[in-house]
Write a protein that binds this ligand. Structure first.
Ligand SMILES: N[C@@H]1[C@@H](O)[C@H](O)[C@@H](COP(=O)(O)O)O[C@@H]1O
Length: 234
């Protein structure tokens, strides 16, 4: 694992952007994208750049079950707001959270991932080490699934909703097995409340208790952290 320490999230966005740009210059056509606050500075760099994404494809990690794409709390909406409305891609895929048929929704998404192998996957990380919405205990070979969110994740995500009761309890998430198939992975983590998860990811055992520890088995992972998120690394 390659670790890049940065001063703050602003600089992290620039570092991540340089990696994305270099990969596109090397022929990358499919970007795996993430939501949450961590990738926002990267998306800002992308939207203010002169890179044309209109012949590229994006595949997002996850979406809440039960939210329509035009719901302001949906990940569809987040991605449109922060990236796609300013820098359209040829195709942008996000799991269909409005489809109550989990079997159909997840199968359809696996087909999309299979048809569009991810060159570079951007990841954030949950306080409990989750990636996408793969909570602790998720299988390392998992495909797209309907997952229940843990209390810690619901609590962390409450800040985006009016109150805790509005936070959806389920999501469709790309599995860890699919994430691991990406050629390159760039994980972004900022702030003290990510320090334990980053330490477990990098220095801990490879265990389902910390989903991101699976990344130790991936050949090309870069972790971009600020000092607070790196503070518990060995
Ligand atoms: N499903 C998302 C994850 O993909 C994201 O990594 C995590 C951390 O978000 P943030 O970057 O806001 O800390 O939040 C959510 O749970």
């Amino acid at each position: 694992m390659n670790i890049i320490k940065v001063k703050d999230q602003q600089m992290g966005g620039k570092e991540a952007f340089n990696l994305v740009k270099a990969d596109i210059e090397n022929g990358a056509k499919v970007l795996g994208l993430a939501t949450g606050s961590s990738p926002i500075t990267l998306y800002n760099e992308m939207t203010s750049s002169d890179i044309d994404f209109s012949n590229m494809t994006s595949v997002n990690l996850d979406e809440y079950v039960g939210l329509e794409a035009d719901n302001e709390q949906s990940y569809h909406y987040f991605m449109n707001e922060h990236l796609f409305s300013k820098k359209p891609f040829k195709n942008s895929y996000v799991p269909d959270g409005s489809n109550p048929d989990a079997e159909a929704a997840t199968k359809a998404y696996d087909k999309i991932i299979e048809d569009n192998p991810i060159d570079l996957q951007i990841l954030g990380i949950g306080r409990n080490g989750h990636i996408g919405f793969n909570e602790p205990g998720s299988p390392f070979d998992g495909k797209t699934r309907k997952v229940g969110l843990t209390e810690s994740t619901i609590e962390a995500n409450t800040r985006f909703f009016e109150n805790e009761k509005d936070v959806p309890r389920f999501a469709y998430s790309m599995g860890i097995g699919s994430i691991m198939k990406a050629k390159k992975i760039v994980l972004l983590a900022y702030g003290e409340n990510k320090a334990d998860a980053i330490a477990a990811t990098v220095d801990g055992p490879v265990t389902e208790d910390c989903p991101a520890s699976a990344l130790q088995n991936h050949p090309d992972v870069t972790i971009i952290v600020d000092e607070a998120a790196a503070s518990k690394l060995k």
